[in-house]
Design a protein around this ligand. Structure first.
Ligand code: GTR
Length: 427
């Protein structure tokens, strides 16, 4: 299967006919109120959100959408496998850290690639995100270890086909989405992990991923209806990276922003929802199952996503195919699970598949939770024109262009992090 742009990928011709891109045809819907408890009573104050309602919403997401993930494995160990203090022409320290989930070096593991800005006062704040193409794809730095995991077949920069083994040609193929120099120049570290270390990105990927190695896969054929899907597995890996950051004196683990694009944007939202150690949560073009209001049935729908990617969510989520209104949550509640921490949602004008307006509305309807917690939330009522970032503790923009991560997006994330981390280095 070749990697296709996320903006146009309905599962079949029939699904394609069913896709709605007409605002006038968005059905009438009522969103579940994030501030109404399961028993019908209203959340009266910040303490009630923190102590009761937040866990209820999290539990609803676990049961119906992403499934339940295990915690930190007891025997997990870390090993620095490489360190170069003069990487990228002297600009950065590059570290690679192996995380052995069961403590066994031949057991399930992931590799974290970290760049730290040289000359910055330590510990530094950091961005962490999963990548699609292997750590070696995020920069052409020849010092990055080539991934030995399964790779999605694709094309190298010279146009030649890269098969499912990483080769030298794969280096830097995703660099466009990872402006390492810009991030370092602003005084942030960047940490990234290949998502395939946790679970390769295809329907059978779980068999060689951590869900089989650590989860409740049993005979490797059946998952419990609320057991974690692939997104749960990927998000779990981000929390294990956070476990590592807490041990690394170069990184300020209290100032880590988790960021992801597309399916990995859904993953970043879910990681940030479950793990409050992430200080900022950033969703780039996450769309259906991420930041887009699913009840709008605009662009990708639950049926389409569960058909094309049956492995992403828990089995229970399939009950909501074509029954969006019965789902006890919607995307505004996923955004609100970041509260009171800053959360940023980014859309793109040509990414109608991900429903930019639905992503904006999720921010807007998360706003009451932020306000209850004494934060200033989104602070606007209307969706802003393209390329006009808005918001306070909830940030939002809709960039001109396609489903992608661009320097424009990163500039907004850096400025947002600067503001919330009390840094004054915005250009
Ligand atoms: C699309 C999918 C989106 C998005 C994207 C990706 O085709 O429909 O929900 O997640 O793939 O992650 O590549």
């Amino acid at each position: 299967m070749l990697l296709l742009a996320g903006s146009v990928w309905p599962a079949s011709a029939a699904d394609q006919r069913a896709v709605n891109y007409d605002e006038a045809k968005v059905p009438a819907y009522t969103l579940p109120d994030p501030l109404v408890m399961n028993d019908g009573t209203t959340v009266a104050d910040a303490a009630a959100w923190r102590e009761k309602r937040r866990s209820e919403v999290l539990e609803l997401y676990r049961t119906h959408v992403f499934g339940r993930s295990p915690g930190r494995p007891a025997g997990m160990t870390f090993k620095i496998t490489s360190c170069d203090r003069q990487a990228l022409g002297g600009k950065a320290m590059r570290k690679e850290v192996a995380v052995f989930f069961t403590g066994k070096q031949d057991g399930p593991s992931m590799s974290i690639l970290i760049y730290l800005p040289n000359g910055a006062a330590k510990p530094v704040p950091a961005f962490v995100g999963l990548n699609f193409g292997g750590n070696h794809a995020i920069n052409s730095d020849p010092g990055i270890t080539l991934s030995t995991r399964w790779m999605r077949p694709g094309r190298a920069k010279d146009g030649s086909v890269v098969d499912n083994r990483a080769t030298e040609k794969g280096r830097g193929t995703e660099a466009r989405r990872w402006p390492v120099d810009m991030i370092l120049a602003r005084g942030y570290a960047l940490a990234t992990i290949y998502y395939g270390d946790l679970e390769p990105g295809h329907a059978e990927g779980w068999k060689t991923g951590i869900r089989a190695a650590l989860g409740d896969a049993g005979a490797n054929t059946q998952f419990a209806p609320d057991a974690w899907g692939a997104i749960g597995a990927w998000a779990w890996g981000l929390s294990r990276a956070m476990d590592y950051f807490e041990t690394d004196g170069d990184i300020d683990a209290k100032r880590v922003a988790v960021m992801g694009h597309s399916r990995l944007g859904k993953t970043a939202l879910w990681a940030g929802a479950q793990d409050e150690r992430f200080a900022i949560v950033i969703s780039n073009n996450s769309g259906e199952g991420g930041a887009a209001i699913t009840r709008r049935c605009f662009g990708e729908t639950i049926t389409i996503i569960n058909t094309a990617f049956p492995h992403w969510f828990c089995a229970n989520f399939k009950k909501y195919n074509g029954r969006e209104n019965d789902l006890p949550v919607d995307a505004h509640m996923l955004v609100a699970l970041a509260a009171p921490r800053p959360v940023y949602v980014a859309s793109a004008t040509e990414d109608q598949w991900a429903d930019p307006r639905g992503e904006f509305l999720a921010c807007k309807h998360a706003d009451p939770v932020y306000r209850l917690l004494g934060k200033d939330g989104l602070g606007v009522e209307q969706m802003p024109p393209p390329d006009q970032p808005v918001g306070k503790t909830i940030g939002y923009h809709c960039r001109t262009g396609k489903h992608d991560v661009t320097d424009y997006d990163w500039r907004q994330y850096l400025a947002f992090a600067d503001r919330h981390f009390g840094r004054n280095n915005s250009p």
